[in-house]
Design a protein around this ligand. Structure first.
Ligand SMILES: [Zn+2]
Ligand SMILES: [Zn+2]
Length: 202
């Protein structure tokens, strides 16, 4: 029985799932980096961040991420021309998945707030625990206890394994963000340098 995990945006127009989810094939990590915080600010959705400015992110293979409804609301932005694709929903500005800035990404990082947790369950029960925190040097109020200031070699190694398996297993495609001809389902909007500067407050 495949373990599908339901997903939905805040307003419910976009619905999807992680297909056949297994914690050992995913990376659940809290990212405190200033880019993830800037993205939430750009969306007007700082409510997806924790008290330290962290984003609880679940990296899965793009082939394990499916949108069953509302996929036409998906949009793409980049904080800079070389930054990752940051997908969100046009309906309610829900972060919907980060990928490398290419059609074939070894992961899609979905903010855990998109998981539709059934009553009586929890994110930990559904997804397994977070493997740690990264880029804690950018956290609000200083690096939280237990988080890495940057990213430790141990955590990098732990996170590389599922990505490597996705890559050799050809699980970058199909992707909900990419058409069969490997163009994006919605073109990426790279924000201006000025807009970017305003988001970082520097
Ligand atoms: Zn929505
Ligand atoms: Zn980040």
């Amino acid at each position: 029985m495949p373990n599908d995990i339901p997903l939905r945006c805040k307003c419910g127009a976009v619905r999807g799932r992680f297909t056949d989810y297994r914690p050992e094939r995913a990376n659940r990590v809290t990212c405190y980096c200033d880019d993830c915080q800037a993205f939430a600010r750009w969306l007007g959705r700082t409510d997806v961040l924790d008290a330290h400015g962290g984003s609880d992110i679940v990296q899965v293979a793009p082939a394990s991420l499916v949108f069953d409804a509302g996929a036409e609301h998906l949009r793409c932005m980049q904080l800079g021309p070389k930054g990752p694709y940051r997908w969100y929903t046009a309906c309610c500005k829900q972060p919907a998945g980060n990928t490398l800035a290419r059609a074939r990404s070894p992961f899609a990082g979905v903010v855990a707030g998109m998981v539709d947790v059934p009553a009586g369950s929890s994110l930990d029960a559904l997804l397994g625990p977070s493997v740690g925190g990264v880029h804690g040097r950018f956290a609000v109020g200083g690096c939280p206890p237990g988080a890495d200031a940057k990213i430790s070699f141990g955590l990098l190694w732990r996170m590389a394994r599922p990505l490597f398996k996705n890559w050799i297993g050809g699980r970058s495609l199909p992707s909900p963000f990419v058409r069969p001809d490997e163009t994006l389902v919605s073109p990426s909007e790279v924000i201006t340098r000025e807009a970017r500067a305003a988001l970082y407050g520097r």
